[in-house]
Design a protein around this ligand. Structure first.
Ligand SMILES: Cc1ncc(COP(=O)(O)O)c(C=O)c1O
Length: 442
């Protein structure tokens, strides 16, 4: 045993926290010990309103009975079953149910354990699909500046957040990036789709011309870029991407890890924008964030392209020990049931204008340089402190936590994405808490 290790509940040293300022946290820990519906309970017994659905995932709110019971039941009945060459009914049932809520034609589902794994799975499917069809010269993958596609090597290669890429060497080769669509000068203080910038989709045509379209396997975008600070797409942008992909035989992948499962007031952003991708990447809200699970949806033609050759052979050499595991599948089924029973997607749809109006009322408060809302997502962009980027937003985050509100910050942008069960009063509470924080922020 490591002589420096001590096993005590209050020793915070051993846990290397993900995407966190470890030293800052360990000096003044913020611990949640319980949660119910819209609130967390801190170790000190305070209630904190969840303005972010955990990490954009707890779409139905916390500790929902159907999901809790389903997990408990499943753990006692069939805890684990091998995922390779064996099956269990709930994984098949969940895949079938998911196909019924997916955009038409996306009828096959590959299970993973996270958004990052879903992204890398989708990229591998795209490459292997072209090869299976005898078109193996399509090896390039195109992403977009400011894109976030998780943290695995495929995802950071097509992703466009510099801080997530710069430490990790050469990444995947054969990757290129379209320009991002952030244009606060023309699109400032927008709700819904951004007004200007559809022409930025032509970047894909430019890149296709540069490399020759026959070398491009797929393009991946978040329909609404989330982690970079909420960038709704310009009106017509996604349709234009779809057209260019169709023209050149390029697969269009939507990363719906944040936008899926009701966040936009529709099952998926594909429905909101009326554009159907060839592959759709999801996770988070699939199980209400309760059990790690991701799902990659593919079009029938893609699945069918793999289903040739001798029948005893594995068609796609990919998968995870926990792909579609029984407890995750049970959680997924109960989550879908909760969404449906409570009409949560429709609820989010109805709340979108209320949400937009409330968040936009923060225009004019100190430090606010832009506000963007779409679906039940909001972003408030702050003027950075000169020479100290991220400091002002992080300070707002700490003050919000003290005031009983959980927000998320990325750069100097406050991002909001509450559970879809949020009440109008609670929307008001988020906004008024933020207003008073902004008024007192350095
Ligand atoms: C669009 C998008 N893709 C992928 C991911 C990665 O998901 P995970 O953290 O589950 O690996 C995220 C996480 O926020 C995301 O927002």
């Amino acid at each position: 045993m490591n002589e420096h290790a001590t096993i005590a509940p209050n020793n915070l040293d051993a846990f290397w926290m993900p995407f966190s300022a470890n030293r800052q946290f360990k000096q003044a820990p913020r611990m949640f010990v319980a949660a119910k519906d819209m609130h967390y309970t801190t170790a000190e017994g305070r209630q904190v309103l969840d303005g972010t659905a955990g990490l954009w995932c707890v779409n139905a709110g916390h500790c929902r009975p159907l999901i809790v019971e389903a997990i408990q039941r499943q753990a006692a009945e069939l805890d684990y079953a091998p995922a390779f060459q064996m099956g269990h009914p709930k994984a098949f049932e969940l895949a079938s149910r998911l196909a019924t809520i997916a955009p038409a034609g996306l009828d096959h589902v590959f299970f993973t354990n996270s958004g990052s794994e879903s992204v890398d799975t989708a990229l591998k499917i795209a490459l292997a699909y072209h090869r299976a069809r005898g078109d193996g010269s399509r090896f390039r993958l195109i992403g977009r500046e400011r894109g976030y596609h998780g943290v695995n090597f495929g995802g950071i290669s097509v992703g466009g957040i510099v801080g997530n890429r710069k430490m990790f060497g050469t990444l995947l080769t054969g990757v290129d990036h379209m320009r991002h669509t952030h244009d606060p000068e023309r699109n400032g203080f927008s709700s819904g789709e951004a007004e200007y910038g559809a022409e930025l989709a032509d970047d894909l045509a430019r890149i296709a011309a540069l490399h020759d379209p026959s070398t491009i396997a797929a393009v991946i975008v978040e329909p609404v870029a989330g982690s970079t600070g909420v960038l709704p797409p310009p009106r017509g942008y996604l349709k234009r991407l779809r057209e260019i992909c169709d023209q050149h035989g390029i697969l269009l992948i939507f990363d719906e890890v944040i936008t899926g499962y009701g966040r936009m007031g529709t099952a998926f952003a594909a429905d909101y924008f009326g554009v159907t991708p060839d592959i759709m990447v999801t996770a988070k809200g699939l199980t209400n964030g309760v059990i790690p699970m991701g799902a990659v949806y593919v079009k029938d033609e893609i699945y069918d392209a793999f289903m040739g050759g001798a029948e005893h052979l594995i068609e796609f050499a990919h998968g995870y020990t926990y792909s579609g595991s029984p407890i995750a599948a049970a959680a997924g089924l109960a989550t879908l049931e909760t969404y449906k029973e409570e009409g949560l997607f429709e609820r989010a749809r109805a709340l979108e204008p209320v949400w937009a109006e409330a968040i936009h009322s923060l225009k004019g408060e100190p430090h606010v340089i832009d506000i963007r809302t779409i679906g039940l997502i909001g972003a408030i962009e702050l003027q950075p402190v000169t020479g100290e980027p991220t400091k002002r937003a992080f300070s707002a985050f700490l003050k919000a936590y003290e005031a009983g509100l959980l927000i998320r910050t990325t750069g100097d942008i406050i991002a909001l994405s509450p559970p879809l069960i949020i009440s109008e009063d609670q929307i008001g509470e988020i906004v008024e808490t933020l207003r008073s924080i902004l008024k007192n922020l350095d």
